[in-house]
Structures are given as C-alpha cells and as structure tokens.
Design a protein around this ligand. Structure first.
Ligand SMILES: [Zn+2]
Length: 335
C-alpha cells in the first residue's frame, strides 16, 4: 500500500478537513476522487474502494445484521469484527463475548447505529472500552450506558465531545463510497460527549465470565492508547498501535519515544499469542508482526532502517506489510 506522506498528514483520525471541502456525499459512489491520498490507496485502481473487498476478510464467517453501513464477521471464538468499509479509515470495532458480559472495543465512526448492530449480535450487557480516543474509534460511545476509559487529560478532552468541524474531514470528497445511512445528516455529524464510568489502568483485568482481558497501556500513537490481552485465547487486540498500513508516530499527541517502548513491549508478547487483531483494514494478523513491529522501531532508533521516503518534515520507513511515519525531529542523531 503506497501513500504519499504529504497526503497522509490529512489522513486518519485527527486532522479536520485539511483544507478540503467537506462535501458529504449524498449517497452512492462519487466519481473518481481527485484527492491523491484516497486514490493512492486503491492499489493502482481509480479509487481506494475499487481495491475492496480486501481478500483477508473472505476467511471469516459474515454475520447478518440490518445496516448496510456495517459488515460484521466472526473473527475468533466469541469475537466479532464490526467493520466500516464504506469510509476511507476502514475502521473496525470488536465485540468480545464472555459468558456473563461482553466488551465492545471501540465504537467506530458514529455514522452507523453501533448500538443497534451490537444488540443484534449479543444479549449480554456490554462494556465499552476504547483502544484510544481518536474520533474514528469513539463515534458511538454516547449510545452506551457503561463506558470504561483511561484517566488522562487527552481522554477527558474527548469525553467533552467536539463540534462538526472536528470530524467533517471523515466525510470529505473521496472518503466515503457507500451511501450514508438513511437519516444521517452530514452537516450535523459531530463527536458526541460521553461519560466514563470507571477508569482502567495498566494490568487491570476485565472479567467477562470465562474470559479475562488484561489492559496494557501502550502510548505512542495516541496518549491514551491501550491494547487488550486475552491470555487464555492467545489474542492481542492492538487498536491503532499496529495494523497493516502506515503507523503514525507524528500526529498531534503522538510520541515516537513512547511508541518505540510500546512496540518493544508488544514484540515481547509474540510468543504468547496466536494472532493480533487490528483496528483498520484487516482484522487478524499473525503474531510474527509483533516481532516485526519491535524490530522496526529498534531499527529506526538505531539509525539502521534505510528504506525510507522523505517528505517535508517527515520520513516514512518501509517494512514488510507496514510502514512507520516519523517526524524529522524524532530521527536518531546524525540522521
Ligand atoms: Zn488512531
């Protein structure tokens, strides 16, 4: 997957419309996007969505539910990926069931009705916990009664909600190819406020009944990034700390140094998991990618990562299956 770094600065999560008009598509696929970023993810096709469906999803059972906006797949025992392929982020949230309750790891963009899809998947009480509080992971939080979260200043800022201009970029031209849900008003799309009921921290375990999830505090991509480790089932939920696409250490609030420590930590877990579940594009990746993630950050820090492309203020370091975008000021000394 090839991106141009300059365009990536507009990408994912944080930055509002980035100078683009935020034209909410009324429905159906727009014509060929003139936005280079969204074109370039289309693997040499006209538009990024022409490269969908990603073949990796075919390995999983698709679960029926009644909203076109979402696709739902059973990706492991008791684990559903709730995927939003209609928007450029291709974000996914995970519903993880125990015998007594369920945990929803992220709530997506807030375009579809997340609560409705969750209620069609489980009758259990649901706890919401976010992998981090970038807008594309908290969009449906407001719909849920029980929300756990980190006690950080960054998190608190997001609980207050954000106005339409903060999230208008998600709907800009070329970023949405599916019809928006009936009744969705693009101009009113905002990040709605929510309350955290219980704070969680490093090492806490959330007991779902015959399933226990350990919280790993893994800052770097965002100040409040966490991963979830399901020891018994040998699964690691990585949020945005790892996925098969450019990894961002350069966003506002990101920290390369923290990310490198978190990467080393996840690498140390590679032998204790069978798979990692990631929050964009592809739901399940092999555990060896955790080793590769740690090695990638170590090589960047050591100045031995030599396959990179330059852009104004940034470098994108290329590795097998993913890349890492690093600010110039975070390059190792002498680079
Ligand atoms: Zn993010």
């Amino acid at each position: 997957m090839k991106h141009r770094i300059a365009n990536l600065l507009c990408a994912l999560s944080l930055l509002p419309a980035c100078g683009q008009e935020s034209a909410g598509p009324a429905g159906g696929a727009p014509a060929v996007a003139d936005n280079e970023q969204v074109q370039s993810r289309g693997a040499n096709k006209d538009n990024w969505w022409d490269a969908l469906p990603r073949p990796e999803w075919a390995a999983f059972e698709k679960i029926p539910q009644d909203q076109d906006w979402f696709e739902v797949y059973r990706v492991a025992d008791g684990v559903y990926a709730i995927y939003e392929p209609g928007q450029f982020e291709e974000v996914m949230s995970f519903l993880i069931e125990g015998e007594e309750r369920a945990l929803l790891f992220d709530t997506g963009l807030g375009i579809g009705d997340m609560r409705r899809v969750v209620e069609q998947l489980t009758e259990l009480d649901v706890i919401v916990l976010n992998s981090h509080t970038h807008y594309d992971h908290i969009g449906g939080n407001w719909q849920f009664d029980t929300i756990y979260g980190r006690d950080t200043a960054y998190t608190r800022g997001r609980t207050a909600g954000s106005p339409p201009e903060a999230v208008a970029g998600f709907l800009q031209e070329g970023w949405v190819w599916k019809a928006l849900p009936e009744g969705f008003v693009a101009g009113e799309f905002s990040s709605r406020a929510f309350d955290i009921d219980r704070y969680v921290d490093e090492g806490d375990r959330i007991e779902l009944g015959a399933r226990s999830l350990e919280i790993l505090v893994t800052p770097g991509h965002a100040p409040d990034s966490i991963c979830l480790l399901d020891h018994e089932n040998r699964l690691l939920f990585t949020g945005d700390t790892f996925y098969l696409a450019p990894l961002y250490t350069h966003l506002e609030g990101s920290s390369f140094a923290d990310y490198a420590r978190s990467a080393a930590r996840l690498a140390g877990l590679a032998g204790r998991i069978d798979a990692a579940l990631t929050s964009h594009n592809v739901p399940v990746v092999e555990s060896r990618y955790m080793t590769a993630l740690g090695a990638a950050f170590a090589a960047i820090e050591a100045g031995t990562a030599t396959d990179f492309t330059l852009s104004d203020g940034y470098r994108e370091y290329h590795f097998d299956g993913f890349s890492v975008i690093v600010r110039d000021e975070d390059q190792p000394a002498g680079q």
